[in-house]
Design a protein around this ligand. Structure first.
Ligand code: IMP
Length: 222
């Protein structure tokens, strides 16, 4: 069991990580460092690994673990934009700008065929340990709404409608009503508990935990 320093300015993310990692005996603490540079890269994993490299010198004890998490909205018709640039795109274009961009690009088709507005949130949770670096990935499939919907949430929530999930938490077939559903509403229009069932961040952390479990089993077998 380890002390995990979570590099983030977002206390909400730390709470979520504590929720998943504390029951396994890990002690998660927030690490704030000024001057971390985000590289220009296409992949969340590249960005996460670059942050780990920059932050590792700041660990108080080299045996401690270091974690970062990065997320973004990837819109299919925009070749994955805003993706790794999601924070910047949110503060410049905003949700309205994203809708205008899509409408401008494929004006009619996009309204006719919801599939052409396909998008997904992706998250990467990267953990550096003395045994190596583990990368967990999560995704939430969905589509961009025709217009802003809802007052809650944050970021691109008002324009993102998640794909329904079946009982096992997998995305339901398009056009098939799933057991977990926002009924066509965006993340900004539903409560946090329901949004949490779709969370790309939770999935990334769980993927990470599964890999740690496998690594632990391998270490104790050898
Ligand atoms: P971060 O890497 O988690 O800070 O996410 C980068 C950007 O992606 C945020 O500023 C948001 O614009 C967007 N984003 C990531 N996850 C979500 C989400 O769950 N809802 C809405 N926007 C999100």
């Amino acid at each position: 069991m380890a002390r995990i320093h979570f590099l983030t300015g977002n206390a909400g993310k730390v709470d979520e990580a504590v929720h998943h990692l504390a029951p396994l005996g890990h002690d998660v603490v927030q690490l704030s460092i000024d001057g971390i540079v985000e590289p220009q890269a296409e992949e969340l994993e590249t960005v996460a690994r670059a942050k780990l490299e920059q932050a590792k010198a700041h660990l108080p004890d080299p045996n401690d673990w270091l974690m970062v998490e990065d997320a973004g909205l990837f819109v299919e018709a925009l070749d994955g934009f805003p993706g790794v640039y999601s924070s910047y795109a949110l503060s410049t274009l905003g949700c309205h700008g994203l809708l205008r961009l899509l409408d401008h690009l494929h004006s009619e088709d996009l309204h006719v065929e919801a599939g052409l507005r396909r998008a997904e949130f992706r998250a990467v949770a990267a953990l550096m340990t003395p045994q190596g670096t583990f990368i967990g990935e999560g995704a939430c499939l969905g589509r961009i709404a025709p217009a802003l919907d809802g007052e809650g949430g944050f970021g691109f929530d008002p324009v993102f409608i998640p794909r329904d999930l079946d009982l096992s938490g997998q995305p339901a077939e398009i056009g098939v009503q799933g057991e977990v559903s926002t009924h066509g509403r965006t993340f900004a229009a539903v409560d946090m508990d329901l949004k949490g069932k779709f969370s790309h961040r939770t999935e990334a952390l769980q993927d990470l935990l599964a890999q740690l479990g496998t690594a632990d089993e391998a270490a104790s077998a050898s």
